[in-house]
Design a protein around this ligand. Structure first.
Ligand SMILES: *[C@@H]1O[C@H](CO)[C@@H](O)[C@H](O)[C@H]1NC(C)=O
Ligand SMILES: [Zn+2]
Length: 295
């Protein structure tokens, strides 16, 4: 019986091992170019080639220089953005930049109301459907805005993308932000709009709820329709800039691949066959040796 159990365990390991390491990468960053959306007044992205050509050994070498405001495009905010002695990019703990991801789909609400604010009820409803937000989570709020990112007027619901007082986009209510901080253990919060606060706010209540808790804020995240509500990891590790208050970041999700019905069945069948053939083989050995080997 011990032998049989060992054989079955081996079969299971052989079967599950290749799948345990399967991930699907999903890019959550928009590209950076001179036309990438930045908040009014923040210097936009600019890259120039400063070196480019073949050297004396005919080897091609190219170098560019770029400049950029810290807060524009897909980027993160660290505490120093709003807290004078808060962590800068250099000191922000690296372990807080990788987290278990969940996606809260608010796209219907946001489509119906461009001033929509995520409520506590929305979050508890999500949990009723998908389970509790895990500890150490990265919560992504999906307003369905990522596909509008390159159309500045549509993304900001304005006729004048240079005047922030005219902007409208969905955000997270201070109540919901406070509920997350008080009742769940977040590492990061992200959204597919420029800010977790209402665009016209100059008191920044949600920034001031998340940043003192060292919760990384990810803004203008490129959230695709295909991102599942859970079962993925979020990576959002920025450049290590001394005194930096935020930076453009390659944010991405690693989806845990699940076996589809077909491969699961195939795996089960081969496990059973594998175990069965070992049982038969050991029985044959028993018969041929008269049980001497197993003693
Ligand atoms: C972009 O950077 C280059 C090199 O530093 C500079 O010469 C150029 O004026 C900059 N362009 C803009 C639009 O800022
Ligand atoms: Zn920012």
């Amino acid at each position: 019986m011990t032998q049989l159990r060992a054989v079955f365990l081996l079969g299971t390991i052989v079967c599950v091992f290749p799948f345990a390491h399967a991930y699907k990468f999903v890019d959550l960053s928009h590209p950076l170019s001179p036309s990438t959306l930045y908040w009014p007044g923040v210097p936009t992205f600019n890259r120039t080639r400063v070196m480019g050509g073949t050297n004396e050994n005919n080897v091609w070498i190219e170098v560019g220089v770029f400049s950029s405001g810290e807060h524009g495009g897909t980027h993160i905010d660290v505490p120093r953005h709003f807290i004078r002695d808060g962590y800068d990019l250099k000191d922000f703990p690296l372990e807080r930049t990788v987290a278990e991801g969940v996606m809260v789909d608010c796209s219907d609400e946001a489509a119906a109301n461009y001033d929509y604010a995520v409520t506590v009820e929305k979050l508890t409803q999500w949990e009723e459907e998908h389970g509790r937000i895990p500890d150490e989570a990265a919560v992504l709020l999906n307003f369905g805005y990522a596909s509008k990112f390159s159309d500045h007027n549509a993304y900001l619901n304005t006729q004048d993308p240079s005047d922030a007082s005219t902007f409208h986009f969905p955000f997270i209510s201070a109540d919901a932000a406070q509920w997350l901080v008080d009742n769940r253990k977040l590492k990061m919060i992200g959204m597919d709009v420029p800010s977790p606060d209402a665009p016209i706010s100059s008191t920044y209540p949600t920034h001031l709820i998340f940043l003192p808790k060292n919760i990384l804020i990810m803004e203008n995240v490129n959230i695709p329709d295909s991102l599942p509500p859970r079962d993925f990891r979020v990576h959002s590790s920025p450049l290590k800039i001394e005194d930096g208050t935020g930076a453009q970041t390659r944010i991405y999700a690693m989806l845990y691949e699940k076996m589809d019905g077909g491969s699961a069945r195939l795996c089960m069948q081969s496990s059973v066959l594998f175990v069965a053939s070992l049982v038969v083989a050991s029985a044959v050995v028993d018969i041929l040796t008269g049980g001497r080997i197993r003693g």
